[in-house]
Ligand binder design. Structure first.
Ligand code: ADP
Length: 448
């Protein structure tokens, strides 16, 4: 803004300066021409005529006097000493044969004038002088229109600059203000608001990022609520069982000793379930924390699987289930033995739980490129296609009522998924309703 005003002012100033300079040159040129003629003219009358002609024909006024001594005394047209054409100092210059040029207010003409006085010398004596002048008002005349044009342009320019400035500030400030009010709502727990993004500049990008942040926070908030709901739901059921049966015993509703024993056994089972649930929850919380440490040592994976499978011998034989193992003994993977045992244990636990009595479970370990691939195939009911992607989520169960009865917490596969992920491995569940389930765990082989 300052630059525009300064620039316009400078243009005006320079233009005016050059114009005045030009007029000065014209005056000097005319004066010099007349001076040349003064020496050439046949007689004084002719010269005076020429002076009069120049005076009439050009913008400049020309005064010729033959008595420069009197110039400062106001001669030839005025007797008053106040109305001298030039000052004493200026007359001294003329006497020295120099031109006198000035711009000032002249008492004789009652206005600012641009004047050029040219000495006329003969035999080194000052014999006369030519006084050419122009009122400054005349010189500035053409500037009046220029000044108006400049003023209008400047005004228009300023209006445009101010308008653009306001528009830009609005564009910048509006989304920022919106962000401020939305972030205030966020701090109060409302993550639903978004900014309308209709520009693609930096502020637009910022607003878009802000919306992404708001969406992530909303998702996190929603997950947190879901989690709390699930946890309280999971705890509420065993607690109400325990409370109910404990009250029945206290009130003497149970009757005989056998019934009391049965009730206490139910309470014991529910306590067990709650203990497992709390344990699994804590485990999962730790595993989901990125900074949770995981041991990293070479492990003979076939041995680890056999060890875990041995622990399930009793449970399998109770259901007359045969565990068919086909393991490549040479494979070594890198990892945390306790955590990988937990993976195998959770998967075998599920397989045995969901496999009907008398059927078999195949446990296979083989090499596939740079990976060890563990496959646990059961002949259970399978998992419906639409539930497959969700079974690794916390608390997700295909058949809530049934799995609860069977003691599941809904956290087993979520834990398996986290552990496998932390080992840079892949978990894949292949299943079709009615044709069993195959859980595939792919782990990178140990590299020397
Ligand atoms: P749970 O402790 O309930 O078994 P999981 O996370 O291990 O929890 O499993 C989640 C759900 O996936 C189970 O409730 C069950 O419905 C289904 N599921 C898991 N493994 C099998 C399997 N081998 N056969 C059929 N359904 C399974």
């Amino acid at each position: 803004m300052t630059a525009i005003v300064f620039g316009t002012g400078l243009t005006y100033f320079l233009y005016e300066k050059f114009y005045v300079e030009k007029q000065k040159e014209i005056l000097i040129m005319q004066g010099e021409e007349l001076r040349g003629y003064y020496y050439k003219a046949a007689n004084k009358e002719e010269f005076k005529k020429r002076v009069q002609w120049t005076d009439k024909a050009s913008d400049a006024k020309v005064i010729f006097t033959e008595d420069p001594m009197l110039l400062s005394a106001g001669i030839p047209y005025d007797e008053s000493a106040d109305n001298n054409l030039i000052t004493f100092e200026e007359r001294q210059q003329l006497l020295a044969g120099k031109r006198v040029i000035f711009i000032r207010e002249h008492p004789r003409f009652h206005q600012d004038i641009l004047a050029v006085t040219i000495p006329l010398l003969a035999k080194n004596q000052l014999t006369g002088a030519l006084f050419l002048y122009m009122p400054l008002a005349d010189i500035y005349e053409p500037f009046r229109s220029i000044r108006i044009v400049l003023a209008i342009s400047l005004f228009l320019l300023l209006t445009i600059v101010v308008w653009l400035g306001l528009k830009m500030t609005n564009r910048l400030i509006k989304p920022l203000k919106e962000m401020e009010s939305i972030s205030q709502k966020m701090s109060q727990g409302d993550f639903s608001k978004r900014i309308q993004v209709d520009q693609s500049d930096e502020v637009g990008n910022l607003a878009a990022s802000f919306n992404i942040l708001a969406s992530s926070l909303e998702t996190v908030d929603q997950k947190r609520r879901e989690f709390l709901q699930n946890v309280s739901h999971e705890l509420r059921t065993p607690l109400s069982y325990m409370k109910g049966y404990a009250e029945a015993i206290l009130d003497g509703v149970a009757g005989d000793k056998k019934a009391v024993e049965r009730y206490v056994s139910i309470i014991h089972n529910e306590t067990d379930r709650m203990q497992r649930l709390v344990h699994d929850l804590l485990d999962l919380a730790q595993l989901e924390d990125d900074s949770y440490p995981m041991r990293d040592e070479p492990l003979p994976i076939a041995q680890l699987i056999t060890d875990v499978a041995d622990r399930f011998d009793l449970a399998a034989s109770q259901k007359e289930i045969q565990l068919v193992q086909n393991l490549d003994d040479d494979l070594i993977v890198n990892g945390d033995s306790d955590r990988l045992e937990q993976v195998v244990s959770n998967l075998l636990d599920n397989a045995i739980r969901y496999t009907p009595n008398g059927k078999s479970i195949a446990v296979t370990l083989k090499r596939e490129g740079a990976s060890a691939v563990l496959m646990i195939h059961d002949s259970g009911p399978g998992i419906p296609k639409e539930d497959l992607p969700k079974v690794v989520e916390r608390f997700y169960r295909v058949d809530r009522a049934r799995t609860r009865k069977e003691g599941g917490t809904g956290l087993g596969l979520a834990i398996v998924y986290q552990i496998v992920k932390k080992h840079q491995g892949l978990l894949n569940i292949e299943s079709a309703e009615g044709s069993g389930t195959t859980v595939v765990v792919k782990l990178p082989l140990y590299k020397e």
